[in-house]
Design a protein around this ligand. Structure first.
Ligand code: ADP
Ligand code: MG
Ligand code: MG
Ligand code: MG
Length: 417
């Protein structure tokens, strides 16, 4: 199954591989013997190297034929590098300021050479350290609004949209990870589940017995399986966002496919809320981080508000898509109807985002993959208290997502949880 030209690279072989590309060699400067290679992959799935030379640096990401975190016993197709590259290319077209530049893609090697992001840090680490990013909300809203709008039926003729969808239909293995780990396993006994034990044993059992939660997560799973609204990133948590004080870059779109827009928006909002609840584990004394807590909730508010503003602005200015043809809504009555259509569209998208945010929060506490902000809380009692507050909110957002009428309802509920 592995193509004949594929071999995983390492610190010893990567420089020689890169030297064969004149462009990359020129970017690094000097010769391969002068290049520093460092494997930095902290993700669960792939190899990532940082290579620096006298003139500059690059980042190199290579897929392995298995899940890095688990090993060869969990095979995973190399094609995820293809889908990641396809998504990066499209994101680079519509959201160039938030997308690392691609220098080189090697299909057989399942490898992409891209812009080295430095001094950017993974946002999750910044959130645990209590750092504010003044442009984050605007930038991520811009990324989501442009990538989601321009790949949707609002912007694309149907045939073009279907042609693009077909490219991503093969990303079944990564979709299946989401279908299992987010939409199924936390609600049943599953070997890979884990949680802070024994503190959360009772809570985890309650979720497994919670029929309303199972019905609600399955409704979201239905949307994930069937709603090909736009090309979504598919893994847009704060570990896929690299930031500085002035820049926001989105990496790691290997889970990309045509799915429900709210999945990406919910990923950002859900991960901000998890960071909010984790603050109690990162302050020297209670209330020390109150200002930062307020900042995080303000980001939740702004991410949605700015997203909605940019998305609706694109919709008003752009008439390329086959959905809602302009001539159907040309007269005054039609214009009024179209305003209602837009309001209904964002109301529905908001409810989806609330539900997906909840799904993301729950899986990070009761499922396989956990997050740094919570895992680094050394005292399990403190960690469990943070996690229970997050789960209480998430359970309500999951089951009653329609009753959250505005983003203010979400932040108000977070404060009370
Ligand atoms: P995975 O799919 O295995 O999660 P990621 O794409 O998330 O891999 O990358 C893993 C880590 O490598 C990131 O958390 C980040 O620290 C680093 N990284 C990835 N891409 C870049 C880049 N372009 N520049 C600098 N560091 C990067
Ligand atoms: Mg990653
Ligand atoms: Mg900027
Ligand atoms: Mg990844």
């Amino acid at each position: 199954e592995t193509p004949p030209g594929y071999r995983p690279l390492d610190d010893g072989t990567l420089a020689g591989y890169l030297a064969r590309s004149g462009d990359i060699a020129a970017r690094l400067g000097g010769g391969p013997e002068e290049w520093q290679v460092r494997e930095v992959g902290d993700g669960n799935l792939n190899l990532v190297f940082i290579v620096t030379g006298p003139a500059g640096g690059v980042a190199v990401k290579q897929a392995l034929p298995y899940v890095r975190l688990v090993g060869e016993s969990w095979p995973l197709p190399l094609s995820r590098a293809f889908f990641e590259h396809e998504a990066l290319a499209e994101q680079g077209r519509v959201a160039p300021a938030q997308t690392p530049r691609i220098y080189h893609y090697d299909h057989e090697m399942a490898l992409t050479v891209m812009e080295l992001l430095r001094p950017h840090v993974i946002m999750r680490k910044g959130l645990a350290a209590g750092i504010r990013y003044p442009h984050f909300a605007r930038d991520i809203a811009q990324f989501m609004a442009t990538t989601l709008f321009y790949t949707s039926d609002l912007a694309l003729p149907a045939a073009e949209k279907k042609r693009r969808m077909a490219v991503f239909c093969g990303n079944t293995a990564l979709c299946k990870i989401t279908e299992d780990l987010i939409f199924t396993d936390p609600y049943r006994v599953a070997e890979l589940n884990r949680w802070t034990s024994p503190q959360l044993d009772k809570t985890a059992a309650e979720f497994r017995a919670d029929t309303a939660a199972k019905a609600a997560i399955s409704e979201l799973k239905r949307k994930f399986l069937t709603s090909a609204e736009a090309m979504i990133h598919g893994d847009l948590h704060t570990g896929s966002i690299m930031v500085t004080a002035t820049e926001t870059k989105v990496i790691d779109p290997e889970f990309s496919f045509y799915g429900p827009m709210g999945f990406d928006i919910g990923a950002v909002i859900g991960n901000l809320l998890l960071a909010y609840f984790a603050q109690a584990g990162h302050e020297a004394e209670p209330s020390q981080r109150d200002g930062y807590r307020a900042w995080i909730l303000d980001q939740v508010d702004q991410v949605w508000t700015k997203f909605e503003g940019i998305f609706l602005g694109l919709w008003k200015d752009h008439h390329g898509g086959d959905l809602y043809p302009a001539d159907l809504f040309a007269d005054a009555e039609g214009q009024a109807a179209l305003r209602r259509v837009r309001a209904d569209y964002t109301t529905r998208l908001f409810a989806d985002s609330v539900g997906f945010a909840a799904a993301k929060m729950i899986r990070r506490i009761l499922g396989l993959a956990h997050i740094e902000e919570l895992e680094t809380i050394a005292d399990p009692d403190v960690r469990a208290t943070c996690e229970k507050r997050a789960l209480r909110l998430a359970r309500d957002m999951l089951v009653n997502r329609g009753s959250y009428r505005s983003i203010g309802d979400v932040t108000a509920a977070a404060k009370k949880s």
